[in-house]
Design a protein around this ligand. Structure first.
Ligand code: ADP
Ligand code: MG
Length: 271
């Protein structure tokens, strides 16, 4: 998604100092009658890296769409920090599929949100170059999507989300389709970007291992309707590296989160 999303209804109140996103009593029932989400209460602090973890169909994508303003809650309040002095959300969205335009090159794909926002050509050129450098694709600006690996396509998608310099990055299972080595590399590069750019990241995954590796906080959700069942603070030393991935500490966090996820799903099945 490019740049600030329009508020869907009424005043999009700022969630308050230090808070990037706040959900209060939020539910979502689709027109089909499917109760997808909630009620959910969630507060994400500015600069935090939070994962939403839950089984397929539990409402993770629904939650991200509500935060992005792409869909309205059925009840409750979604508040997103204003972008500086301006009202409105400053959000970058990375989808599970890279969704690139196949008929044009990497540079033009990354430029799209700036084009839609009528950013002047010179400034856009500089910002596209910067975003491509940030994801390690400076050399591939002229390549076409079909010439890229799955991991590189996802890097293009990430650059396209970063090019508007959003405050908040919403990522919906972005690495789920990648092989493990590529995913680990992208995990590390994402963490390095998060540290250097100080963005708020809300990352959706169904992988316990990925959520623990990346996050400061893991939110475990129940199956439909998605509710918050447990929450874990992962207070491992920064910066995290491959060493963390093989540590006893990491394994202990993964075990605790995994048990909570099983319990969240089991509770639902038993009810
Ligand atoms: P997740 O991302 O965790 O897999 P989703 O948020 O995509 O879950 O979906 C939650 C539930 O809502 C699912 O049962 C899904 O089928 C349903 N759902 C999602 N989007 C829509 C929609 N646009 N209309 C009707 N039902 C939907
Ligand atoms: Mg989803």
């Amino acid at each position: 998604m490019a740049g600030p999303a329009p508020a869907l209804s009424g005043v999009d109140a700022d969630p308050g100092a230090g808070v990037a996103v706040s959900l209060r009593g939020v539910t979502k029932t689709y027109d089909s009658g499917v109760v997808a989400l909630g009620p959910i209460d969630l507060e994400v602090r500015k600069g935090e890296f939070v994962s939403l973890l839950g089984p397929s169909g539990c409402g993770k994508s629904t939650a991200l769409r509500l935060i992005a303003g792409l869909s309205a809650p059925t009840s409750g309040a979604v508040r997103v920090a204003h972008h500086g002095a301006q009202a409105g959300r400053s959000i970058g969205f990375v989808f599970q599929e890279p969704t690139l335009m196949p008929w044009t090159g990497v540079r033009e794909n990354v430029r799209l949100p700036l084009k839609l926002a009528h950013v002047p050509q010179d400034e856009a050129d500089a910002r596209v170059a910067e975003a491509l450098a940030q994801v390690g694709l400076a050399e591939f600006a002229d390549a076409y999507p079909r010439e890229l690996s799955g991991g590189m396509k996802m890097r293009v998608s990430l650059a396209r989300a970063l090019v508007t310099d959003p405050d908040i990055l919403l990522m919906d299972e972005p690495f789920a389709a990648l092989d493990e080595i590529t995913r680990f590399k992208l995990n590390n590069d994402l963490l390095a970007l998060w540290r250097s750019l100080s963005k708020t990241v809300i990352f959706v995954t169904h992988s316990v291992f990925e959520s623990v590796y990346l996050s400061q906080r893991v939110i475990v959700m129940t199956p439909r309707p998605g509710r918050i069942s447990a929450e874990f603070r992962i207070d491992a030393a920064e910066p995290r590296t491959e060493e963390f991935r093989t540590s006893v500490e990491y394994a202990a966090h993964c075990r605790a989160v995994s048990i909570a996820l099983g319990r969240a799903s089991g509770e639902k099945l038993a009810s």
